[in-house]
Ligand binder design. Structure first.
Ligand SMILES: Cc1cc2nc3c(=O)[nH]c(=O)nc-3n(C[C@H](O)[C@H](O)[C@H](O)COP(=O)(O)O)c2cc1C
Length: 451
């Protein structure tokens, strides 16, 4: 049984409301934190080893320590609740069912960072959640956990919820800040980083919803105890949103010591694949991370079991590994067509590219166009190489990582499933009636042969 820190009370009726949240010990971590100094809190966060849960896994304590503190200039905490990465829906769960956990985490973090005005930037499509958050903020304020002179400490903090317009790019932290300032969500060139020049050119920390919620148990049990959960540099617990061809889609809290196999097949988590179908592939960290075939997903190239943590999932680099990313775990069974799947993702990235950088603006469109052609059975063998070439020219050549996010799925699909692309070229007459998955699925190629 995995240890639960964030979701331990999620099943309790009424936990969304302050009264019930308080009965479960809610806001005691905040009361403890407000008796500590900001530096002491920062040390706890550093000791915990918490890594940002938004995708990149950057150490949260280190990010906070970079925050500039020029005299007389306000600082801000901005919570990234954009959550537009396909396959990712864990932050939604936290905000919908445990809004006070996020507010409490924000109060502690705002106090530590010296932010008197903090924001939650939430994707427009989560249309019903801002009301839940605003209700929780009002309750917290009425109880003296927000507003002026919180718990008599002299610390003031207001939290505002800002609704986004529904653009994936606004999850990128600098595009988010532009949007929060009321402008078009175009990513900014870095440096300067938000820690120096962020919201309205003021020092700003941008953190994911789950990262900020995790501050509550860190203060509650101490950073040292938090660091004991998990393994290596994958400390604490991680929320995984699991979907695709599994029996039990949902949001799970894992302690990062379980194997991928256990996560997919055990009844505690995904409960296996429907109708006894075989596992074909998986995208374990949201649509941007490389897809991996079953043989490389369950074991590393050294034949070790692969674990649900940052290091193990990345083992082997992009040649044979992938990434933990945002924890959006998408499972594909033997009937799924990788070409069609890759084309669907390419359409998404083309639609969501902000258009600022030529390689991304043009390249995502070309990748979608070529994939559409191959999928329909109208492609040529050279198109596969052209596709490879285009993704290479996008990766690393754009202001923000949306370009990389668009290139990686295409690269990994060709790297691991080139035979499927070739099948589409060689069997044009079959492409409209069946797909490679249904027609030709064989057990995944052995590890050695796929290197
Ligand atoms: C195109 C794009 C979309 C992103 N979307 C999100 C998002 O929805 N939520 C999120 O927390 N981070 C997202 N990120 C990562 C953020 O830029 C940033 O790294 C993150 O909010 C930092 O929080 P953390 O350190 O707590 O992970 C996205 C990045 C890119 C390039």
């Amino acid at each position: 049984m995995s240890k639960k820190l964030l979701l331990k009370d999620a099943h309790i009726e009424g936990i969304r409301y302050l009264e019930t949240y308080r009965k479960q010990g809610g806001y005691t971590a905040a009361e403890k934190a407000l008796k500590m100094t900001p530096d002491e809190i920062l040390e706890e966060v550093k000791t915990s080893g918490l890594r940002g849960r938004g995708g990149a896994g950057f150490p949260t304590g280190m990010k906070w320590s970079f925050l500039a503190k020029p005299e007389g200039v306000p600082r801000h905490l901005v919570v990234n609740a954009d959550e537009s990465e396909p396959g990712t829906f864990k932050d939604r769960y936290l905000m919908e069912f445990l809004p006070h956990l996020l507010i409490e985490g924000m109060l502690i973090s705002s106090y530590c960072l010296g932010s008197n005005v903090s924001y939650i930037y939430i994707r427009g499509e989560y249309s019903w959640i801002p009301d839940i958050l605003e209700e929780a903020i009002d309750e917290a304020k009425a109880a003296g956990f927000l507003g002026k002179n919180i718990l008599g400490t002299g610390f003031d903090c207001e939290i505002y919820v800002q609704r986004g317009g529904g653009a994936y790019i606004c999850g990128e932290e600098t595009a988010l800040l532009e949007s929060l300032e009321g402008k078009r969500g175009n990513p900014r060139l870095k440096p300067p980083f938000p820690a120096v020049k962020g919201l309205w050119e003021r020092p700003t920390v941008v953190n994911n919803v789950e990262s900020i919620a995790a501050i509550v148990p860190i203060i509650d049990i101490t950073g040292a105890e938090y660091a004991k959960i998990g393994v290596g540099r994958s400390t604490g617990t991680k929320l995984i949103s699991a979907c695709g061809n599994i029996n039990k889609p949902g949001v799970y809290e894992i302690d990062m010591t379980i194997t991928v196999e256990e996560f997919i097949y055990s009844d505690e988590y995904c409960g296996g694949i429907p109708n006894g179908k075989k596992l074909k592939a998986c995208i374990p960290g949201g649509s941007s991370v490389p897809i991996v075939p079953a043989n490389l997903l369950l074991k590393t190239v050294n034949g070790e079991p692969r674990y649900m943590n940052y290091e193990s999932l990345a083992d082997g680099g992009f040649a044979t590994g992938t990434m933990m990313g945002s924890g959006g775990f998408i499972v594909l069974d033997e009937d799924q067509c990788i070409v069609e799947h890759t084309m669907t993702l390419a359409r998404f990235y083309h639609h969501e590219s902000c258009g600022q950088c030529t390689p991304c603006r043009e390249g995502t469109g070309w990748m979608h166009k070529i994939l559409k052609k191959i999928e329909k059975g109208e492609g040529k063998m050279e198109d596969i190489d052209l596709l490879w070439d285009i993704q290479r020219k996008i990766e690393g050549n754009t202001i923000c990582p949306l370009g990389d996010a668009a290139a990686w799925p295409v690269a990994a699909a060709i790297r691991h499933f080139r035979d499927e692309f070739e099948w589409h070229v060689k069997n044009p007459e079959l492409c409209l009636t069946q797909n490679y998955g249904l027609a030709n699925y064989a057990d995944p190629i052995p590890v050695a042969a796929s290197n």
